[in-house]
Design a protein. Structure first.
Length: 200
């Protein structure tokens, strides 16, 4: 029993340390991008020794993967029988997540920008992540076509690329300086345009 409690406490401490390190890295990346920061700086910003990040993650690449995964982790809405409504809800959830989690969203989009600029470490991470998200969106389009809420001639792959471009573009606008003044209206217009583009 004591050994089990000790193990649980160690796991808890490790999880707490990991959380603080990810939060510190996210804040630094959101402000400066990833190229200008070191693992030692992240460790110090998290309130630990300079070597804690290497101990927790092993490498800069694994830390950046953890930051990306954490920033992109948010619950998607459930399908309720209407594929078009579901896609519009996914768009809404994605963009509102950017508005709510400003630091994480900034870090994610800065890293994405670095990946687009052909960062050899980040480009394959984002290529795989974006491909997986487009696959999910394309599947949702197929469901919408099958349930009759979307036009039968909608191309799932093209629609998925369009939707990801809209979501990512809106996200960039919402964290830009100066920021969009009324994000609720912007989101509502994106929802309307999506319904007009794909609805029956």
């Amino acid at each position: 029993m004591v050994a089990e409690q000790s193990r649980r406490t160690q796991e808890q401490r490790r999880a707490d340390t990991e959380r603080r390190v990810i939060d510190a890295a996210t804040a630094l990346i959101a402000t400066h991008g990833s190229h200008g920061i070191t693992l030692a700086q992240v460790g110090e910003a998290a309130g630990y020794s300079r070597g804690i990040v290497h101990h927790q993650f092993g490498s800069r690449e694994r830390l950046l993967e953890a930051v990306i995964e954490d920033a992109a982790d948010f619950p998607l809405p459930e399908y309720d029988g209407n594929g078009l409504d579901h896609l519009v809800a996914i768009l809404d959830t994605y963009v509102r997540n950017v508005v709510k989690r400003n630091s994480a969203a900034r870090a994610f989009l800065r890293l994405w920008g670095e990946a687009i600029a052909a960062d050899p470490m980040l480009t394959p991470i984002f290529a795989a992540r974006d491909a997986a998200f487009r696959t999910l969106l394309a599947e949702r389009v197929r469901v919408g076509v099958a349930d009759g809420s979307m036009r039968a001639d909608v191309d799932p792959g093209a629609a998925a690329a369009y939707l990801l471009a809209v979501m990512r573009g809106l996200a960039l606008q919402l964290i830009s300086t100066p920021p969009v003044r009324n994000p609720t209206r912007v989101i509502a217009e994106a929802q309307r345009a999506t319904r007009a583009a794909f609805g029956v």
